[in-house]
Design a protein. Structure first.
Length: 104
């Protein structure tokens, strides 16, 4: 139909434009408050998550350091094994020479 101008008729009463604006403002305020509450909740969740992530990365750093120590230890063991193998070879040689001597 035609767009009504002037005050709206509601249940036979005049509802002024001001009342309409007030009602809409109140509803908007409610929506905004709900949104803000929701955002605050999300903010709190994010903060908690941030804390958990920080704790996890600290653990990872500790474990990485631990693995690095293990790596150092492993390479020291390797070096030691090489030395021991060298000594064993020398001892074998000496034993061989001693055997050769005793068999003369």
């Amino acid at each position: 139909g035609t767009a009504s101008r002037g005050p709206m008729l509601l249940k036979g009463e005049e509802l002024g434009l001001e009342n309409l604006v007030d009602t809409q403002t109140t509803q908007l305020k409610r929506v905004l408050e709900a949104l803000i509450a929701h955002l605050n909740d999300q903010d709190a969740s994010l903060e908690q998550l941030r804390g958990e992530v920080a704790a996890a990365s600290e653990k990872i750093v500790e474990q990485t350091e631990h693995f690095e120590h293990l790596g150092d230890f492993a390479s020291r063991l390797d070096a030691l094994t090489v030395r021991v193998d060298g000594e064993a070879a020398r001892l074998d040689e000496q034993a061989g020479r001693l055997r050769a001597h005793s068999q003369r």
